[in-house]
Design a protein around this ligand. Structure first.
Ligand SMILES: Cc1cc2nc3c(=O)[nH]c(=O)nc-3n(C[C@H](O)[C@H](O)[C@H](O)COP(=O)(O)OP(=O)(O)OC[C@H]3O[C@@H](n4cnc5c(N)ncnc54)[C@H](O)[C@@H]3O)c2cc1C
Length: 417
């Protein structure tokens, strides 16, 4: 006999765990299926902006993470060819930096601590590891979720939080994300005693690459590097030592302390990951939800990391989805139980309405973020004299403000009233 579950979430990443925790806070149980045998930590750390802190507060883990990470006070852009500042924005001191929803808050959060903070608040047994979803099938008001080990689960609601290669997004009809031609390398340097980095997000542009550093706390400094490898340079990807040398040669005129951070990073961090994104217009005519199935996080809006919003938007998705789905499921619980056939149909419709509400709340926000990230990435890494001139003169000064503008968003609380 197939095991019946009310809510099945595919993927224990940022979006899956946030959705599960949001539902848990509303008194709704879910089952999270994760293909890995443990929480999957890739990429060391990520920038968590104002909008994401609101989402983390809504699910009750914001303060725990604040205690473990320092505040970032501003962002500075530098041209690495001329060693010049081309853009600067402090997050709190200027009047302009205040958002519609109040002061900005930015920190660089270690991915491990973020996922652990979310997972540790869930009731035991919520996450089922080594459970890779391979296919989905309709069965009346239920979905049959097939796992690689042959298990079949019967789900009333199916949520795809399974990242860029989402099985659920494919089932909903989304095309696979496309390769941008760009790749990224990320690392984190751990200092034995306190480092001397300012609490700033530093971004270095020029030589056709984008790189940067930002401290997470007293001892850890996260760095990133994105580039557009030619077919010859692609061969470097299989050789971490050569990749490291290449990266150091492309850093340009950065400070000695930035260069040292990369030099002191272990070779196993030098993995170049392709950057992919979904065409924004797919969100306009695609199905973010269909019946009792929907997607969230990278499965919904795969985007390039140029405005550091993919994970932040995944946190927003989780809160909005938990709220919309929670309202539908709790309303259904309160309704009288009719005969079984009728109850199944009513419940299906309520869930469908809840997910439609979620989809319409997230559609334009996702469209906006994917499009902005792509355009910013294109301009930041563009070669050529004209583009470099335009970037330094006009674009970079407004980019810092744009980062804050995209973060100036409030996904609301878990309960709508
Ligand atoms: C270089 C780089 C830098 C970035 N920097 C930032 C940043 O500074 N700020 C920011 O907000 N975002 C950033 N991002 C984006 C951010 O990492 C993602 O948007 C975020 O991780 C998405 O979370 P998710 O839960 O939707 O997907 P994922 O993190 O991909 O999680 C999906 C989970 O689903 C599991 N899974 C996949 N398929 C299946 C299956 N079939 N069955 C079961 N489980 C499955 C996976 O193992 C994984 O655990 C960056 C991304 C990159 C590449």
């Amino acid at each position: 006999m197939q095991q019946v579950e009310d809510v099945v979430i595919v993927g224990a990443g940022i979006s899956g765990l946030t959705t599960a925790l949001g539902l848990h806070r509303l008194g709704i149980r879910s089952l999270v299926l994760e293909s890995f045998d443990t929480l999957r930590i890739t990429g060391f750390a990520l920038g968590i902006w104002t909008n994401a802190w609101r989402a983390l507060d809504a699910i009750g883990v914001g303060d725990h993470l604040r205690q473990q990470h320092h505040t970032v006070v501003g962002v500075e852009f530098r041209n690495v060819v001329f060693s010049r500042i081309s853009g600067l924005q402090m997050f709190k001191v200027s009047y302009k930096a205040k958002g519609k929803h109040g002061d900005h808050e930015v920190r660089c959060v270690k991915r491990k601590l973020l996922l652990e903070a979310l997972a540790s608040e869930l009731p035991s047994g919520t996450i089922r590891f080594s459970s890779k979803v391979v296919s989905i099938e309709e069965s009346g008001y239920f979905k049959l979720v097939h796992l690689a080990d042959g298990t079949i689960l019967k789900a009333k609601v199916l949520v795809g939080c399974d990242g860029v290669n989402s099985v659920v997004a494919k089932w909903l009809g989304f095309k696979p994300p496309v390769f941008t031609g760009r790749s990224a390398i990320r690392g984190c340097a751990e200092f034995k005693s306190s480092h001397e980095f300012d609490p700033m997000l530093m971004q270095y542009l020029g030589n056709g690459v984008r790189s940067g550093t930002v401290p997470c706390d007293d001892k850890n400094v996260y760095w990133f590097f994105s580039w557009s490898p030619s077919s010859q340079e692609k061969e470097l990807e299989g050789n971490p030592a050569q990749l490291k040398q290449y990266m150091l040669s492309k850093l340009g005129k950065v400070s000695d302390e930035v260069r040292a951070v990369v030099e002191n990073t272990n070779l196993d961090a030098f993995i170049s990951s392709p950057l992919r994104y979904g065409h924004p217009w797919e969100l306009l005519w695609g199905n973010i939800s269909k019946g009792t199935v929907c997607v969230a996080g990278d499965a919904l809006h795969p985007m390039t990391p140029d405005i550091a919003q993919g994970g932040c938007a995944a946190l927003e998705d989780g809160v909005v989805l938990a709220r919309c789905l929670g309202e539908a499921l709790l309303k259904n619980r309160r309704q009288e139980i009719r005969n079984e056939g009728e109850q199944g149909k009513e419940e299906y419709k309520m869930i469908e309405r809840g997910l439609n509400k979620y989809a319409s709340e997230r559609k334009w926000r996702s469209f906006d973020l994917i499009s902005a990230a792509y355009v910013v990435g294109f301009i930041q890494e563009a070669h050529g004299k004209i583009m470099t001139f335009l970037r330094n003169k006009f674009f970079t000064p407004i980019l810092a403000g744009l980062l804050l503008k995209k973060a100036d968003y409030d996904c609301g609380k878990l309960r709508s009233s």
